[in-house]
Design a protein around this ligand. Structure first.
Ligand code: HPA
Length: 277
């Protein structure tokens, strides 16, 4: 069954029923090993993905599959603890279904987080990076097929997917915490294999600073719906050819878990400071 507007609305109706009327909110998608933020929300209500109509369920270790609604310092947030990826076999409309549901349910600003490989020799595993822009090199788009204008225009502009105003909120929060926050371009690939060293040289030549297997399709769908995105990557490893060791999902999860408290602290400062829309 195609995951179109009617399916989105039935998931939204289910959530509205479970969560009560939703105020305008900040949406947060938590990537591999970064789910801890949702455990600290005040007044948290949890809704497993498997209970939400049409919701795709993640098969990746390190992704907990539930929606958590709550607040941080009085700011309402709706979090996804875990996401699905193209490499799991979902097509891009399945990958972006949850982001579209969040937005139709009241999310006005989206924070997308992920684990990524860093392309700079002098970066360290555990560094955090604000996404300034992305390169979608998955070869696919969630907007392929007939366009439903209720989700956005046929040919959406992608000049301001990650507004500078939101990046500045992240930089201010990091400064307040004494945390180094990098910034750069995220290049999205399908995966699930990590890149070859030649692919990483290509990514660098193309102007990327980090590579990963998520986020770009969700960011496109958010922008299509007119919702600005703040993207934050946890650099879990140096990318292939830069790293001296073989890449593994265990390393990615371990590093993400090790920086989780810093990452959670940063998000807790960012969310209440995001502009009201
Ligand atoms: N490449 C792609 N995706 C990733 C990486 C990487 O090096 N690290 C974490 N996710």
């Amino acid at each position: 069954m195609p995951l179109g507007f009617d399916q989105i609305q039935s998931a939204v109706a289910f959530l509205a029923d479970r969560l009560g009327g939703l105020p305008p909110t900040v949406g947060v998608v938590l990537g591999s090993g970064l789910g801890g933020f949702a455990d600290q929300l005040e007044g948290a209500v949890r809704v497993p993905y498997a209970t939400i109509p049409h919701f795709p369920v993640s098969t990746v270790e390190g992704h907990r599959g539930q929606m958590v609604a709550g607040s941080v310092n009085g700011r309402a947030v709706l979090c996804m603890q875990g996401r699905v990826h193209g490499y799991e076999g979902y097509d891009p409309t399945g990958v972006v279904f949850p982001a579209r549901v969040l937005i139709r349910a009241g999310v006005r600003t989206m924070v997308l987080t992920n684990a990524a490989g860093g392309i700079h020799e002098d970066w360290q595993p555990g560094d955090l990076m604000v996404i300034t822009d992305h390169i979608n090199l998955t070869g696919r788009s969630p907007l392929t097929g007939p366009n439903d204008v209720r989700l956005g225009p046929r040919f959406p502009d992608m000049s301001h997917v990650y507004p500078a105003e939101l990046q500045e909120v992240a930089h201010r929060a990091a400064k307040g915490m004494g945390l180094t926050l990098r910034s750069g371009v995220y290049l999205g690939l399908n995966g699930p294999q990590y890149e070859t060293p030649a692919e990483i040289r290509m990514a660098r030549t193309l102007g990327a600073d980090a590579v990963g297997m998520s986020t770009v399709h969700e960011a496109i769908a958010c922008s299509h719906l007119g919702v600005p995105v703040l993207g934050i990557s946890c650099i879990t490893n140096l990318a292939a050819g830069i790293s001296k060791v073989a890449l593994s999902h265990t390393e990615v999860k371990d590093v993400a878990n090790a920086v989780e408290s810093r990452f959670v602290g940063l998000l807790r400062d960012i969310c209440p400071a995001l502009p009201q829309r």
